[in-house]
Design a protein around this ligand. Structure first.
Ligand code: ZN
Length: 471
């Protein structure tokens, strides 16, 4: 489809006016942000950075005046945002915010602003479950939710989606919600788009549904778009190819919530003959990066947040380097997070040939929790190549899924979803494989089951380190 003919209907809220549509005040504010995002994506990097510094200066002033946690943490005087060198030096001297600090401060509500400026609306509360540890509370303003909606729509615009189509979503993780065989059905794609844009049908299914039933449900929905975690879509794509089933209307697969590995992307694209568009977002911070419309890498959403990727020494990474992700949402004045270490790692890329000035991330490596810990204290990414996986597949009976957990510095536990229990020889082959891949010093235990469990949030990680910090 030609991008100029992509339908994007706007709903009029003004009696007597059908076209051009006049939305209500929140709808008009959403369109005002989107109008600017359409321009700013093409700005050169320097112009984006200057505009971002101006917004960050406003955020910092508010945080120091209104949020007890930041009263003594942020300096009083701050360089002019036009003086890039002085401003950035002051920024880099700000301490990194850690998850434990938020939890401690939140016990006394010290992270919350005592008041919001006019126009920011009310406080809204969310909890991030996370795969391990204690949940953290996030509080946002209604204005932040509006900005969040704008980036949701930007993702649709970038990928030229027809919003009047059917969107099938497998992400609901609440027990008993959106249960098979019916799932859940609603008109409109959700609150970010439904009020302003004409949208089609939204069909929803629980992530805990077994794959055969997911597939039967999906074929029945006959969707234009499907959205789920990469691990779920990869298994569905393989199952649908094996069963010779087709999704004739499907135009694109959208992935969220977990790291999209190249092998998962290939499996989905090959089985359904559609492209995959990935999103990098977190519940605490919103959209960090969206996949470029023309390339498989990601653009940082600089109009909504500042993303820093820093090495172990705290210095900014250059293209080709991987580091920790620090994030500062620009518009959440209810509970400002300034240089928050969200626990993920990412690889920085060079400027994108598409012409957008938004910074590039080549790979999202997910949680540091997914790094292998070595006895000396070092960490490394246990990246499993397709050759590694082929080795594992040879070692065991027909395997649907695997999950490796590091239980102690010298102990790896391999959980396998297999059709039948492995023999003693097969177990020995898995142990040998794990020692070749991760190190000869590891004790390896094996557990076989029919289906692997997911985290409370419905996520699936193929490698998780469960060794406590300092343990
Ligand atoms: Zn690009």
């Amino acid at each position: 489809m030609d991008r100029r003919t992509t339908p994007l209907g706007i709903i009029s809220a003004t009696p007597g006016v059908v076209w051009p549509a006049l939305p209500d005040a929140p709808g008009a504010a959403l369109l005002a942000i989107l109008f600017q995002l359409e321009q700013s994506q093409w700005w050169p990097a320097e112009r984006l950075e200057l505009a971002q510094r101006r917004q960050l200066s406003a955020l910092l002033a508010h945080a120091r005046d209104r949020v007890p946690f930041y009263r003594d943490r942020l300096p009083r005087g701050w360089p002019d945002s036009a003086d890039a060198k002085a401003w950035e030096a002051a920024w880099r001297s700000l301490p990194v915010l850690r998850r434990e600090e938020i939890q401690a401060a939140d016990d006394s509500e010290a992270m919350l602003a005592d008041a919001l400026p006019p126009g920011h609306g009310e406080y809204r509360e969310v909890f991030t479950s996370g795969s391990t540890g204690r949940p953290i509370r996030g509080v946002r303003s209604q204005l932040w939710e509006l900005v969040w909606s704008a980036f949701t729509i930007r993702d649709h615009l970038w990928h030229r989606r027809d919003l009047t189509g059917t969107l099938a979503v497998i992400r609901e993780s609440g027990a008993g919600k959106a249960a098979y065989p019916q799932g859940d059905m609603q008109r409109g794609w959700g609150f970010s788009s439904a009020g302003v844009f004409e949208t089609g049908r939204l069909a929803s299914l629980n992530v805990a549904t077994p794959v055969e039933q997911q597939l039967e449900w999906l074929v029945r929905q006959d969707p234009d778009y499907v959205l789920s975690h990469p691990s779920i879509l990869a298994r569905l794509a393989t199952a649908s190819r094996d069963a010779g089933l087709r999704l004739p209307r499907l135009r694109q697969a959208m992935t969220i919530a977990e790291t999209l590995r190249p092998d998962a992307r290939q499996a989905i694209e090959a089985a359904w003959n559609v492209t995959v568009a990935d999103v990098y977002s977190t519940r605490e911070a919103g959209y960090l990066a969206l996949q470029c419309p023309d390339h498989p890498h990601y653009h940082v959403q600089s109009e909504g947040l500042r993303v820093e990727v820093v090495g172990e020494d705290g210095q900014a990474c250059v293209p080709g380097e991987t580091g920790r992700v620090l994030v500062t949402p620009l518009h959440n004045l209810a509970m400002p997070l300034i240089r928050y270490d969200i626990g993920d790692a990412a690889e920085v890329g060079p400027p994108c040939p598409c012409g957008r000035g938004l910074p590039v991330l080549t790979r999202i490596l997910g949680r540091r929790q997914n790094m292998l810990r070595l006895p000396g204290g070092e960490r490394r990414w246990p990246l499993l190549s397709s050759g590694d996986l082929a080795g594992l597949m040879e070692a065991v009976p027909p395997m649907r899924q695997y999950r490796i957990a590091q239980k102690a510095l010298d102990h790896l536990h391999v959980a396998l979803a297999v059709a039948r229990p492995p023999t003693a020889e097969e177990e020995a082959a898995v142990i040998a494989w794990a020692r070749r891949k991760f190190g000869a010093g590891f004790r390896v235990t094996i557990e076989a089951m029919a289906e692997l469990p997911r985290s409370a949030a419905g996520k699936f990680e193929d490698f998780v380190c469960e060794v406590p910090e300092g343990g």
